[in-house]
Design a protein around this ligand. Structure first.
Ligand code: XBP
Ligand code: MG
Length: 255
């Protein structure tokens, strides 16, 4: 088994619970700005999350849920402008502290950085969103903690395609076997697994708890903390109650 060298984190749903009260609200605000009567309810957004990428999600919504909408001649341009406005709303919400990091994230990042493990991000979301989340919810200098931030349109195909993980691993000059991936969704697990990563740790959330996590070695409800045990949904966490470096090393060694 290759030595554990790097941890690669998904962002939305993994580092922070961003979808229901963050991205979804930002999309709805952009729709109002554009004079559209579209509203993505919590339930509808849960269905729309089947498609990763905000621009792709808007197109999916039109193709599958709002076929009556009279499409402008330049639909790509229309969607891009709508998504740009949504990103402005979302990054403003993050700057106001609307979305905190998930439980255990700061603790774990601190421990693994001190141990010298390399960190990366592999996400479908827009790079500006990653910067805003890291700066405002983690640390003003947190972007520097991550050697590689692979995000959004930097690759041609978004999750569940492997592209974003493969790109990040190549940038770090590592092999998939030297990495652990942290994800929250079926699309994310499929992306990491098809990039060759065998050590995939999932922390679920309200939107993804019923996803198919086939391919993930360990599925938890959260990373946990010393005073707040995680709940094991699938896989073997031994007698640990929260994710720390020792658990990661044991988990990776079994990969
Ligand atoms: C989640 C996504 C993103 C966000 C919205 O990314 O699929 O599309 O929902 O962000 P991940 P954008 O779980 O890979 O972090 O609107 O910027 O795409
Ligand atoms: Mg995610």
């Amino acid at each position: 088994m290759a030595e554990l060298e790097a941890l690669i984190f998904d962002v939305d749903g993994t580092l922070a619970d961003t979808e229901k009260d963050g991205h979804r609200v930002a999309f709805n605000r952009a729709f109002v700005d554009a004079g559209l009567d579209w509203e993505w309810t919590v339930a509808l957004y849960g269905e729309l999350l089947a498609v990763t990428g905000g621009k792709e999600r808007i197109r999916y919504y039109l193709d599958s849920f709002n076929t009556d909408f009279e499409r402008p001649a330049d639909l790509d341009g229309f969607i891009a402008a709508l998504h740009k406005q949504k990103t402005a709303h979302y990054t403003s919400m993050l700057a106001e502290g609307a979305i905190p990091m998930r439980n255990g994230v700061r603790r774990l990042l601190t421990e693994v950085r001190e141990a010298g493990l390399r960190l990366a991000i592999a996400t479908t979301t827009t790079p500006a969103n990653v910067s805003a989340l890291l700066q405002h919810a983690l640390d003003p200098a947190a972007e520097e903690w991550f050697e590689v931030i692979a995000a959004g349109d930097i690759v041609p195909a978004k999750k569940p395609a492997p592209d974003i993980y493969t790109w990040a691993i190549e940038q770090m000059k590592l092999s998939p076997e030297q990495c652990i991936a942290f994800e929250d969704s079926e699309n994310g697990v499929k992306s990491a697994a098809s990039a060759g990563i065998r050590s995939i740790l999932v922390t679920t959330n309200d939107y993804t708890e019923d996803d198919d996590f086939n391919g993930a070695a360990l599925v938890l409800d959260q990373l946990g903390d010393p005073d707040d045990d995680f709940r094991v949904i699938a896989g073997d966490a031994g007698d640990a109650g929260y994710v720390d470096l020792a658990l990661l090393r044991a988990f990776h060694g079994r990969g």
